[in-house]
Design a protein around this ligand. Structure first.
Ligand SMILES: [Zn+2]
Ligand SMILES: [Zn+2]
Length: 150
């Protein structure tokens, strides 16, 4: 007798693996913009999924500069600056290339100020775009309100 799985032409999930229905559902909510009405954050939609790494293009095009004076310390390894190379993020924080590159391969924000950097994750980028539109709209409403009542 053929098993259920043979008849349905699919394979049972390996032990410990959840079906990705939830992921599809989370994407539907995200791309449809429904999460805003539900007051949901990205972390609520995608659970424990950590923020995606910084975009590869971004990491590859980070410019390296030379430290010419000894000033402060690298926030990742806490070593004083000595002469040598460093990378500056758009937020103006600077780090040793050997400290910041592995960091950006894991997450997409500055270790100092959490300034967000571009990612290659489409879901996350869509979330950021929608969030920005939402805050732009709120700012507009505020401005309109102020211009009407002041
Ligand atoms: Zn460092
Ligand atoms: Zn920063």
């Amino acid at each position: 007798m053929a098993s259920y799985f043979d008849e349905h032409g699919c394979n049972p999930l390996p032990r410990g693996e959840a079906p990705d229905d939830y992921l599809h559902f989370a994407r539907l909510i995200l791309h449809g913009g429904y999460w805003q009405g539900m007051q949901m954050e990205y972390s609520h939609l995608f659970g424990e999924k950590p923020p995606p790494p910084a975009s590869k293009t971004f990491v590859n095009t980070l410019k390296t500069s030379k430290v010419t004076e000894n000033a402060g310390q690298c926030a990742v390894c806490l070593k004083e600056w000595v002469k040598g190379d460093f990378n500056t993020l758009p937020c103006k924080h600077r780090f040793h290339p050997s400290c910041i590159i592995p960091w950006l391969e894991k997450t997409n924000s500055c270790p100092m100020c959490r300034h967000e950097l571009p990612t290659d994750d489409e879901d996350y980028e869509e979330y950021k775009r929608q969030k920005k539109r939402q805050s732009d709209r709120e700012a507009e409403i505020k401005m309109l309100h102020n211009s009407m009542f002041s």
